[in-house]
Design a protein around this ligand. Structure first.
Ligand code: SF4
Ligand code: SF4
Length: 613
């Protein structure tokens, strides 16, 4: 019998991390990305507290993370990989094939979705990806279930030798709930890789048999009694029902309860949306006249019902995009249950302040230098805090991790074909993103003769997702030393012949280096020029203690032109509507002093007061 040792308030991601440790998982790999970033960090904490040996790594991207976990599971040991939903796109190659080849030790894939989205490039549903790959997927509705389903996923994975996905959404990842903690399981398995070329090396001739076996597994799982969805509302005698999963189900239940409809309609909660239980599908189609499916974000359950009368995302009775907030679900339920709508709450939806780079952020200085050096330039960029450079003209494109370098090459080839007067192209990419997916794009650009400036924004961290270390920092996820891999070495090895480093706080030096790089690009035999913009993230308090610090004030010379705000957008520079002048908010100014160079009339006075010489 499992013994509860403690109850603790945990965030959904922490509950998943705890679930992995309790399940005896021996390896967890991940690449940071909201809303999944805290999963690996909590594995570090829980495994450390319980003194259980787990190999924990921030891999350089999700494909690598997936393959590390997959190889580990081949030895019979339990493994897990965690990522955000667009990370699954990066890992899709090993993900798809692993369904066919299967696993030995349980492999749990945590893909955290971001319906809405709140901080992602797409609104995609990883459950649909699991269905595409023919991989079973659990859909937790709260942190308690997220932990419990992580354990169930391992059991299912080992029973059928198939990877199993757990798909939390942002609202589950970041919700907090009291969660029962149990002793971590001690699974003592020696690594034993059993050679079987027909499986592990499976060439095309073996694939039909593996495909048939995969289909058999999915059929068997679809028939499992323990996966039959539970009725959590209604008496079972209604002619209409609602089928739901994940956090949408929790919202449906609450709304029915609030409005006194719990007895009016049957509500079924689906834990395993794919494969949907076969007997459940038959029961629904035979037993109900009206069926409503409420799920995020694609019609995964709805399509499996194969019932054209069912209502949901596909029929557009539920909006076919975006997050299913309680407000959205409330309206859907009113229509389905034929009840009058509640009055609109018009206090909601007030606009917020647009996000901006932090005061003193070195990326701001780099973008300012780039747009000053090349006012007519084209600026492809990438995913990270630095995407916010778009606010002041430093970012023209942003697509997916690492795309900026190849997009820069594509833009160059298009313009170069029109003649020699092509605009300067300055590509910006963060250090972590460069490791993640920038290197192949750089090799390709060099190889194909593209000419542009690549600025690698090296702030020595993965800042946007919570300051995880990059390979250059040389620290593993648990703080133990790793073998540092240096960006300049990788750049040189890619065949780049112009490589310089510069601190962007030194605007004059940075601008003149950009111009030198442009001359190299345009010279005979020129190519890709790389500048490493090197200044640590100022969110690190230790950095603030050591860097030079200035007292910055705006003098009476200020004309109120707002150039500093439009072109530099430091949150510490504030326009006063009454005086029609700018002032410095000293409570958030970190005294970097860079804004002093921005004011055309010299009204920003900068005096050194501390830090390094
Ligand atoms: S500080 Fe300078 S740039 Fe900013 S509003 Fe005043 S005059 Fe314009
Ligand atoms: S010195 Fe200027 S740029 Fe730096 S944080 Fe203060 S106001 Fe912002």
């Amino acid at each position: 019998m499992v013994q509860t040792i403690q109850k603790k308030i945990l965030m959904g991601n922490e509950a998943i991390g705890r679930g992995l440790v309790e399940a005896g998982c021996a390896l967890v790999s991940s690449y940071p990305g909201t809303p999944a970033s805290e999963i690996l960090e909590s594995v570090v904490a829980f495994a450390g507290d319980a003194k259980v040996p787990v190999h924990i790594e921030w891999s350089i991207n999700e494909k690598v993370a997936y393959e590390v976990a997959l190889g580990h599971s081949y030895t019979g040991k339990r493994s897990a990989v965690a990522m955000k939903q667009v990370g699954l796109n990066v890992a899709s190659d090993p993900f798809m094939r692993s369904a066919y080849i299967g696993v030995t030790g349980g492999l749990v894939v945590v893909a955290a979705d971001d319906p809405g989205p709140h901080s992602s490039q797409t609104d995609q549903d990883s459950r649909a990806f699991a269905q595409f790959a023919r991989i079973p997927v659990f859909d937790p509705s709260n942190p308690v279930e997220a932990k419990e389903m992580t354990g169930r996923a391992f059991e299912l994975s080992e029973r059928y030798e198939i990877p199993v996905m757990v798909r939390p959404t942002t609202r589950v990842c970041h919700a907090r709930q009291g969660v029962s903690l149990e002793e971590p399981r001690k699974i003592e398995r020696e690594a034993r890789f059993k050679k079987d070329p027909s499986r592990w090396v499976a060439t095309p001739q073996f694939i039909p048999a593996l495909h048939r076996r995969l289909n058999d597994k999915i059929d068997e799982i679809a028939g499992l009694e323990e996966m039959y969805p539970c009725r959590i509302a209604g008496s079972g005698s209604s002619s209409r029902c609602i089928v739901s999963s994940g956090v949408a189900c929790a919202n449906v239940y609450e709304i029915l309860e609030d409005r006194g409809f719990l007895e009016e309609v049957d509500l079924f909660k689906v834990d395993l949306p794919y494969p949907l239980n076969r007997n459940f599908i038959e029961m629904l189609n035979a037993g109900y006249d009206r069926i409503l499916v409420v799920e995020e974000t694609y019609p995964v359950i709805e399509t499996q019902l194969m019932n054209r009368a069912a209502r949901g995302r596909l029929s557009k009775d539920v909006p076919d995009y975006g997050e299913l907030t309680p407000e959205v679900i409330g309206k859907v339920l009113e229509a389905f249950l034929d009840v009058p709508g509640e009055p609109e709450d018009d206090t909601k939806g007030a606009g917020g302040v647009r996000p901006s780079l932090c005061p003193g952020c070195p990326h701001r200085a780099a973008f300012y230098a780039i747009s000053t050096a090349f006012p007519k330039g084209i600026f492809p960029s990438d995913i990270g805090c630095y995407t916010l450079g778009m606010n002041f003209g430093g970012v023209d494109t942003c697509h997916c991790m690492g795309a900026c370098i190849s997009q820069g090459a594509g833009l160059y080839h298009a313009h170069a074909a029109d003649g020699p007067d092509s605009p300067t192209i300055v590509v910006t990419i963060g250090d972590s993103t460069f490791f993640h997916a920038g290197i192949p794009g750089l090799v390709n650009a060099v190889f194909t003769g593209a000419r542009f400036i690549l600025v690698i924004l090296d702030n020595a961290t993965t800042a946007m997702t919570g300051n995880q270390p990059t390979p250059q920092v040389g620290l593993m996820a648990d703080g133990t030393p790793g073998n540092a891999v240096y960006i300049p070495d990788l750049v040189r090895a890619s065949g780049v012949r112009f490589l310089e480093e510069c601190d962007p706080y030194d605007l004059d030096a940075f601008i003149s280096l950009l111009k030198e790089a442009d001359r190299f690009c345009r010279s005979d035999g020129g190519g890709v020029a790389v500048i490493i913009s090197k200044h640590p993230c100022v969110m690190d308090r230790e950095v603030l203690k050591t860097q030079k610090r200035y007292r910055v004030v705006v003098t009476g010379e200020c004309t109120g032109c707002r150039i500093c705000i439009k072109r530099f957008e430091c949150p510490a520079l504030v326009f006063d509507e009454e005086t029609e002048k700018v002032s410095v908010d000293q409570t958030i100014c970190i005294g970097c002093g860079v804004c002093g160079a921005v004011c055309p009339v010299g009204a920003i006075d900068v005096r050194k007061i501390g830090g390094a010489a």
